[in-house]
Design a protein around this ligand. Structure first.
Ligand code: HEM
Length: 401
């Protein structure tokens, strides 16, 4: 109802709300144009322990873009590129215009823009840094249900752009591509979205394009083991030393077979996940945040949350306690010649170690959870996302220098 409007209007003209990469707010009066609402004026800090765009609240727009260094470009070109990209990201995230600006974002505030950079496995060969490639970048195993398109997978470099305004996000994408110059070429690019801030009367967990409340059981930064699960520890040694404060991103373009899904009656849809569609509560009762009662049986003697329910199989308690932070965007790339939407989830999950986060969970899901018949993994990427740059540093400096 009308209450949804209040959220966006709370800031007032000229008040600039700043949010650091890890989501904590601080006052900031400096920088670009003052936006009329808190949506436009919210600024995420570029410098910090971790890169922005990992624990930052979901933004309404996302662009993912992977680059390959051009043949002949090596470490020197990579250093120059990371310097350019870092300077541009810092400028744009502050709501300022870069040199030779396109003007696309001129009237908007920073709008929670984040630009996050990662290195793929092949980057290390191209730059002569193979000895410093961390084990976390070992290729993901093949899964039986994979239908991966190599041209839309992996890449030397990966950039994740998120913003709460479509023009601000597009503006950043163009700037990043322009900065790549003669050093790197786009390998693949994907566009995503989430619900706009203020669309719901109060902040709520996001929904995906199947209509499910998605993200409920994500680990929270306030939990004592959050950092250990999501970020490489400060004392990392060997080939992973430069990754301290960093995280590994697994990116999967997961197509949803929506025509099939939408034919399922509500009750059957809810059994696929093990949660109610209306509010995300477990089928065993309570509210969205109530624990799943995995042992509870119905009158028919079967577990109320089916044995192949997605939420049962993916729960960390069922996977040796491993956890990942899921921070996806939905995508919709139009309707295909067969009339089915090319839509789904740009699944992005963050973890300190992919072999303890994504891999064991996907192995189990791949054996056939109830969701599998309704989705198709079409592209995959694994990227080492270094820690946040200190003041005066560029992203990746601890690897490249
Ligand atoms: C939980 C949907 C793919 C891992 C959930 C939930 C939904 C959901 C609705 C329950 C609410 C929540 O806790 O967030 C989907 C959809 C997918 C998908 C629609 C594909 C299009 C994946 C993949 C993985 C994964 C590929 C990892 C390999 C998890 C985990 C949880 C979860 C770890 C939380 C379980 C818990 O802690 O209890 N997912 N998911 N999901 N999903 Fe997925």
């Amino acid at each position: 109802g009308a209450a949804g409007l209040v959220v966006g209007a709370a800031g007032g003209a000229g008040i600039s709300a700043a949010v650091s990469g890890d989501g904590t707010a601080s006052a900031n009066g400096a920088g670009g144009p003052a936006a009329l609402t808190t949506v436009g004026s919210t600024e995420v800090m570029f410098h910090g322990k971790h890169q922005a765009g990992i624990t930052t609240p979901l933004q309404s727009r996302g662009h993912l873009v992977a680059f390959d260094l051009v043949p002949g470009a090596g470490r020197k070109e990579a250093v120059a590129l990371m310097r350019r990209w870092s300077a541009t990201a810092k400028t744009l995230m502050a709501g300022k215009a870069p040199g030779q600006d396109t003007g696309v974002a001129l009237d908007a505030g920073p709008s929670s823009l984040t630009v996050t950079f990662g290195f793929g496995r092949t980057f290390f060969d191209r730059t002569g840094l193979a000895a410093r490639r961390p084990a976390g970048l070992d290729p993901l195993p093949a899964f039986s249900s994979d239908a991966l398109d190599p041209r839309r997978s992996e890449g030397d470099l990966w950039v994740q752009i998120g913003a709460d305004d479509a023009l601000v996000a597009f503006h950043a994408l163009r700037a990043v591509q322009k900065d790549a110059g003669d050093a790197a070429r786009v390998r693949w690019q994907m566009n995503g979205f989430n619900r706009s801030a203020g669309a719901t009367a109060r902040p709520m967990t996001a929904r995906n394009l199947m209509g499910q409340v998605d993200g409920t059981r994500n680990p929270r930064p306030t939990e004592p083991d959050f950092d250990r699960r999501i970020f490489v520890p400060a004392g990392a040694t060997g080939a992973e030393e430069w990754m301290a404060g960093g995280s590994y991103a697994v990116v999967r373009r997961i197509r949803m077979l929506l025509d099939d899904w939408e034919k399922l009656p509500l009750g059957a849809q809810e059994k696929v996940i093990g949660r109610r569609k209306s509010d995300g509560a477990p089928l065993t009762g309570g509210t969205e945040t109530t624990e799943l009662d995995l042992d509870k049986r119905g009158p028919d003697g079967r577990t109320v949350i089916p044995d192949n329910a997605h939420a049962r199989i993916s729960a960390p308690e069922q996977n040796g306690g491993a956890a990942m932070l899921r921070r996806p965007f939905s995508f919709h790339d139009g309707i295909g010649p067969d009339g089915t939407p090319d839509a789904g989830l740009l699944f992005i999950c963050w973890q300190a170690d992919p072999l303890r986060g994504f891999v064991p969970v996907q192995r189990k899901l791949d054996r056939g959870d109830a969701l599998s018949p309704f989705i198709r993994h079409e592209a995959s990427g694994l990227f080492a996302v270094p820690g946040g740059p200190a003041e005066g540093e560029y992203v990746g400096q601890r690897l490249l220098e």
